[in-house]
Design a protein around this ligand. Structure first.
Ligand SMILES: Cc1cc2nc3c(=O)[nH]c(=O)nc-3n(C[C@H](O)[C@H](O)[C@H](O)COP(=O)(O)O)c2cc1C
Length: 217
């Protein structure tokens, strides 16, 4: 299928069929995509909590009350809900972890490559930590790349999805014990298959025209 066809036909699902589950093989494929999402200096400042059981989804739905109740059924009726989390800091141990993994994966064939990578990555982290003072925002930007990867991957595999920023971050962080582990929730993605009652499936896609958002130089 052409990429433009997928882009035009994927949409934000507003009602899922609670009876249908996404096959495990498809979920595994999507999780592999998530894990391989690109991030600045390969910083991977994220963690993904996968709720694939009624109990797990009910825990996520604890963050979907009050003003966010409009999203509750999406989480409960979806097959799976993924909580995309960002780190709340970048400790040295995380940077060393990445470096050691890169070494095991064979990324440093030349003698100075490892030290160069350590210095280069720390330079970017410190740029955001001290100079631009936007380390949290920078990590969340990386996490949103993973969101885009997941949404397009799901559409490619014929899985319907709902990205959700409409939830109570504090309640969900507490429920999942995220902050004590050095993470905070950023965005949710419900995955599953649309219900035939989903009004949004029948509405046409709407985007600003190409001449408004594209320039060619
Ligand atoms: C980061 C992000 C957060 C969103 N949050 C919600 C949400 O909480 N609930 C919801 O129903 N839709 C949510 N949406 C869906 C958007 O409204 C939707 O993507 C947009 O209107 C474009 O429509 P389409 O996805 O059907 O192409 C969100 C989308 C994104 C990308």
């Amino acid at each position: 299928m052409k990429l433009s066809t997928i882009a035009r036909t994927r949409y934000t699902t507003k009602a899922f069929d609670p009876e249908r589950r996404v096959p495990q093989e498809t979920i595994d494929d999507l999780l592999t995509m998530l894990r391989h999402s690109p991030s600045s200096v390969n910083s991977q400042p994220w963690h993904f909590v996968v709720a694939g059981t009624p109990e797990g989804k009910a825990r996520v739905a604890k963050g979907l009350h009050g003003g966010f109740a409009y999203n509750e059924r999406k989480a409960l009726d979806a097959s799976h809900v993924i909580v995309l989390c960002a780190r709340t800091g970048i400790p040295d141990a995380h940077l060393e972890n990445i470096l050691e993994q890169e070494e095991r994966d064979g990324r440093f064939p030349l003698p100075d490559a490892k030290a160069g990578q350590r210095k280069g990555r720390l330079g970017y982290v410190n740029l955001h930590r001290y100079d631009q003072k936007d380390l949290q925002h920078w990590m969340e930007k990386q996490t949103y790349l993973a969101l885009g990867t997941l949404l397009f991957g799901a559409a490619t595999l014929g899985v319907d999805a709902t990205p959700m920023e409409g939830f109570d971050f504090r309640l969900l962080d507490e429920e999942l014990g995220l902050r004590e582990k050095g993470f905070t929730s950023v965005v949710l993605v419900a995955l599953g298959y649309r219900s035939d009652k989903d009004f949004n499936a029948k509405l046409p896609k709407s985007r600003l025209p190409a001449q408004t958002v594209l320039s060619f130089i």
